[in-house]
Design a protein around this ligand. Structure first.
Ligand SMILES: Nc1nc2c([nH]c(=O)n2[C@H]2C[C@H](O)[C@@H](COP(=O)(O)OP(=O)(O)OP(=O)(O)O)O2)c(=O)[nH]1
Length: 132
């Protein structure tokens, strides 16, 4: 496998509630929680199209596109794929509609970014949550 094949590009969302808590998801088969989001599909027009599609697939809600603000680009060892590195474009976003875990999501959790009470993937723990 070449170095390029070991890099996974994702778009990830930070969704917060009025109390400042942040939403993390755990996928079936995964031990750790991570940001909602995922890999770009060839059919996605841009990063926000990827994010809108992933938020709908995972949470059943709609991205409010105008609300999206780029928070950071960051990178870490991938949570669910050994020997891969994840490179993320991370957006702070607002969503519309009820947030309900869809089929691919085992668990949703609103966490205090300063003191998460669940195991959190490195990208979130080391790079994203410290910015919140
Ligand atoms: N979505 C997302 N993935 C992350 C984060 N941190 C992290 O290491 N990853 C890793 C987990 C996986 O190894 C890889 C891709 O995640 P994914 O499984 O959500 O992407 P996806 O829905 O498009 O993937 P797939 O099921 O179609 O293969 O990136 C994160 O905060 N959010």
């Amino acid at each position: 496998m070449s170095v390029a094949e070991r890099v996974i590009h994702i778009v990830a969302a930070v969704i917060r509630d009025a109390a400042g808590r942040s939403l993390l998801v755990r996928k079936h088969g995964a031990a750790v929680f991570q940001q909602p989001g995922g890999k770009r599909d060839p059919g996605d027009a841009d990063e926000l199209a990827t994010l809108a599609r992933e938020l709908h697939e995972e949470l059943g809600c709609e991205l409010v596109r105008d609300s999206a603000r780029l928070l950071c680009h960051c990178s870490a060892p991938a949570a669910n794929e050994p020997d891969h590195v994840v490179e993320a474009a991370v957006y702070m976003v607002e969503v519309r509609g009820a947030i309900v875990a869809q089929a691919e999501i085992a668990e949703l959790r609103w966490i205090d970014p300063a003191a998460p009470d669940v195991p959190v993937a490195r990208l979130s723990r080391e790079h994203i949550l410290p910015l919140l």
